[in-house]
Design a protein around this ligand. Structure first.
Ligand code: LR7
Ligand code: MN
Length: 539
């Protein structure tokens, strides 16, 4: 009777209730052991799986909450282990004086943990704000650097932006533009990190052209520029994002906190300052007026500012491109902050300071790098370009306070004799210069393609210019080419309606079936002979 389990069970339950309890207990223990075994093995499998596979991708999965007050500080990902960190940062020679090479205390920079916690310097009300209205637009962070201290560069980009201060899905990529630093591995070492792309200039281009290069390659809808020795603070990006997505014609600047150049201590700055400039085109902080203070009695409220302090700002990629990015004729360092501010205002946009966004910056007393044509000269030349292009009649005030600028050669400036400029288009096709020849071709219009920009029709010289060159024809040649401007008859053109006519032969500029552009008999109203410039100054 007892051999069959079921019978035994029934028998036990009927006749020996104490055995039934014992049996139940034994079964329970057996189940528990099986459960434990499965649990231990399972946990082990999960751990192995996590470390081998998932860990690398956790950064993409890192959930964020848009509530600014809550940004988790834990980070399970080790992008660089200690050894790699020491290899990267520790090999850099400090020199005898820690300030020599970088104009800040590099020993101190090297010793502070690169993902240190910072004091939350925002007004306490900022912590309670929720940024639920923020649509998920991804930002490309652009950092140009020239001989930056590695520990500072690493802190700027990797630890703080890619990892623990910024919700992962808000960051499209971090573009590091190495402006021909002495040691190429300053940048290349970082290129394996997630989301980080490193571009290296083949010659020293200066921070302005480097940022233009970064912007031209950016994939994100928004561009955030940072210096290479910054530390972003809690919830720094969301309030900027909110402003730019509310009004895409906004250039939005964070409040710039101070990182002490000797101790690397992080200190709060006043959030009641706007940016301005004097007539010598030097940047100045201006306290908010009493009227403005009354107007902005909410300390979390962004306020309008004539200018941004420098290179820390968020802008939509589209607006930045429509503004022509920065003037690529500005050299090395300086005045590009006023240029972008002035054109944003003058072209229908605005500039704002957003007090709930905080980014620290190491302020230095001198430039730790050389200026190929001298510091003062470079600044003055850049200022002259900006004054000439954007100040209108007010440029008189600039020349009053910077008389030396009068004699300075500021390069080719926009010419008031140009009646039309920008892209020279036919439908969706644009005239484009070639890198390797003097020929011109038609190609699909692309706003970020410099070889399609800077076409100008000068009514006085009757020339069509592209940068420094002029559209030229040679006797009986069918195809026009780009050559240096001579004011000869072979470079003279007129416009009749939408036709572009070579004066010497009366022929019209025409698009061919492939991408070629040629000269041909004018045929009234022919689509292939109709051309438009993006900007027309005269009706
Ligand atoms: O030739 C160069 N190539 C570069 O790539 C020279 C510099 N750079 C890099 C450099 O490594 C750094 O990352 O460009 C960045 C800016 O250079 P800094 O840090 O020497 O400039 P700065 O902090 O003295 O200057 C301020 O003004 C500049 C004017 O051109 C830029 O706009 C900087 O971005 C700007 N800095 C800030 O806005 C931080 C806050 C300043 C305030 C207030
Ligand atoms: Mn700086």
């Amino acid at each position: 009777r007892c051999r069959s389990a079921s019978l035994y069970k029934r028998h036990a339950q009927m006749c020996r209730p104490e055995l039934a309890v014992l049996q139940w207990w034994q079964q329970a223990m057996w189940r528990k052991r099986r459960f434990l075994r499965v649990a231990v093995l399972g946990t082990f499998a999960v751990i192995v799986f996590y470390y081998t596979t998932l860990q690398r991708h956790t950064i993409q999965k890192y959930r964020h909450t848009r509530k600014v007050g809550f940004v988790p500080h834990w980070q399970p990902i080790v992008l660089m282990n200690e050894l790699q960190y020491v290899q990267y940062v520790g090999t850099e020679a400090d020199g005898d004086d820690a300030f020599t090479r970088h104009a800040f205390n590099v020993s101190s920079s090297n010793t502070i943990p690169s993902d240190r916690r910072l004091p939350d310097t925002r007004h306490s009300r900022c912590r309670k704000l929720e940024w639920s209205a923020v649509p998920l637009q991804a930002t490309s962070v652009i950092v140009a650097f020239h001989n930056e201290a590695r520990s500072a560069l690493l802190r700027t980009v990797v630890r703080r932006v890619v990892l623990n201060r910024t919700p992962s899905e808000l960051i499209q990529e971090v573009i590091l533009v190495d402006d021909f630093s002495d040691n190429e591995t300053d940048g290349t070492f970082l290129s394996s990190l997630p989301k980080v792309r490193v571009l290296r200039n083949q010659a020293r281009e200066g921070l302005i052209k480097s940022r233009i290069r970064g912007a031209a390659e950016a994939q994100g809808d928004l561009l955030m520029f940072l210096d290479s020795h910054c530390e972003v603070n809690v919830g720094w990006l969301e309030p900027l994002l909110e402003r730019v997505s509310k009004d895409p014609l906004t250039v939005a600047s964070p409040v710039i906190d101070v990182i002490d150049m000797a101790t690397f201590q992080y200190r709060s700055s006043s959030s009641q300052l706007k940016g301005g400039f004097d007539w010598s085109l030097h940047f100045k902080w201006i306290p908010l007026s009493t009227k403005q203070k009354a107007q902005y009695n909410d300390p979390t409220e962004p306020f309008l500012s004539p200018a941004i302090a420098g290179g820390l700002f968020l802008v939509s990629r589209d607006w930045f491109q429509r503004l022509g990015m920065f003037d690529s004729g500005l050299q090395i360092w300086g005045v590009e902050n006023l240029e972008i501010s002035l054109k944003s205002w003058l072209c229908g946009g605005k500039v704002e300071v957003v007090p709930c966004s905080r980014v620290g910056h190491v302020f230095r007393k001198r430039h730790p790098y050389t200026f190929p044509s001298g510091n003062a000269n470079t600044y003055l030349r850049n200022a002259k370009r900006v004054a000439e292009v954007w100040l209108g009649d007010h440029k008189r005030f600039f020349y009053e306070s910077q008389p030396n600028a009068r004699a300075l050669d500021a390069g080719r400036l926009p010419n008031e004799e140009n009646s039309a400029f920008g892209q020279l288009k036919q439908g969706s096709l644009c005239l484009q210069s070639q890198h390797d020849s003097s020929e011109v071709k038609l190609a699909e219009c692309n706003d970020s393609e410099p070889s399609q920009h800077s076409w100008a029709f000068n009514v006085h010289t009757a020339s069509i210019q592209h940068g420094e060159l002029c559209l030229t024809t040679h006797d009986k040649a069918k195809y026009p080419v780009l050559e240096s401007c001579t004011l000869s008859f072979q470079q003279k053109w007129s416009r009749h309606g939408r036709a572009v006519i070579l004066l010497s032969s009366g022929q019209c500029l025409e698009s061919g079936i492939t991408s070629e552009v040629r000269l041909s008999e004018c045929r009234h109203g022919a689509m292939s002979q109709q051309w438009d410039f993006t900007v027309e100054l005269q009706a």
